[in-house]
Design a protein around this ligand. Structure first.
Ligand code: TMP
Ligand code: MG
Length: 289
């Protein structure tokens, strides 16, 4: 059915259930399908040749527009809060206020740097960001079959939109909800627009008023892509879900987190920097018979 599921990076706790969901989604057809995806470390790469790739925040942090002092403070925040973000031994309730703290402090620091709207494109061009191998096929397949993709990101919307624009895949079926920058009249960053989206509030609470899922209420088959335990709730605002397939990229602390990921995601991809499995499943589902 999907030869990519034989890749050594694939782990599945309940294979029969997964095949059942894939078959059901195919039966419903492309007109019932939507994709809901995280951006950082899900559509973008976690690493390349042993080096970490940047998140949309890191792209700004590492760029020439942030002062040395600002860089150091942002790095200190990352080193303090990132281990908390991915700690399998802390509850979401414990993590939530700490993530609000991290995002608020990072956004305050970035807002002090006089970042210009007109600089973002060049900052992205000069960064080490990479989309996962196979991103072209993913976006092309979805566009060709009129399947909407909703990118739900706790990263920085202005930066991630520029990444997909430069990759030439920002098609009309791509919708983004994320943290957007607010610039003053002269195009200088003054703050971030609300509501704040962090790793553990990616659910309906920050989607009020966007009406996106309501407009797509006939799209009852969902493929959800994420890399964090916080990404699992991204489809909670969809009014009537009939079939949902959750695919999780397990990038970091693989051994410690495997159990929780296998319990929560239908398919877990361990240290897999490609979109091969997602593309293989979509190819099977979208294949006209
Ligand atoms: P997401 O992938 O769930 O949308 O979350 C965005 C990622 O951004 C999350 O894994 C933490 C990361 N991040 C940074 O790298 N630097 C920062 O300053 C902040 C606030 C978040
Ligand atoms: Mg992510």
């Amino acid at each position: 059915m999907v030869p990519e599921l034989e890749k050594p990076t694939v782990r599945i706790l309940r294979p029969e259930r997964v095949l059942g969901i894939i078959r059901a989604i195919k039966e419903q057809g492309s007109s019932k399908l939507q994709v809901i995806s995280d951006f950082d470390m899900t559509l973008s790469r976690f690493g390349c040749n042993g080096r970490r790739c940047p998140t949309s925040h890191n792209i700004l942090d590492n760029s020439r527009v942030v002062s040395e002092d600002g860089k150091k403070k942002l790095k200190d925040l990352l080193h303090y809060y990132y281990p908390i973000e991915i700690d399998p031994n802390r509850t979401l309730e414990e993590k939530r206020p700490l993530m609000v703290e991290w995002w608020t402090r990072a956004h305050d620091l970035l807002s002090q740097q006089k970042i210009q709207k007109g600089d973002i494109a060049q900052i992205v061009r000069e960064s080490d960001v990479m989309l996962r191998d196979g991103f072209n096929e993913l976006f092309d397949q979805l566009y060709k079959h009129n399947v909407p993709i909703f990118i739900f990101s706790a990263g920085i919307g202005d930066v991630l939109e520029e990444i997909i624009r430069q990759a030439n895949v920002f098609y009309s079926n791509v919708n983004v909800v994320s943290n957007y920058m607010d610039f003053d009249d002269s195009g200088v960053l003054k703050c971030f627009k609300g509501p704040l989206i962090h790793t553990y509030n990616k659910n309906n609470s920050v989607l009020q008023g966007t009406e996106y899922f309501q407009q797509l209420s006939g799209r009852t088959s969902i493929i959800l892509l994420g890399d964090s335990m916080g990404d699992l709730t991204m489809a909670d605002g969809v009014p009537s879900v009939e079939n949902i397939l959750k695919i999780g990229f397990l990038n970091d602390k693989v051994e410690e987190r495997r159990g929780k990921y296998l319990d929560s995601y239908d398919i877990v991809l361990e240290s897999d920097e490609t979109l091969d499995v997602v593309n293989g499943i979509l190819r099977y589902i979208l294949l006209e018979t």
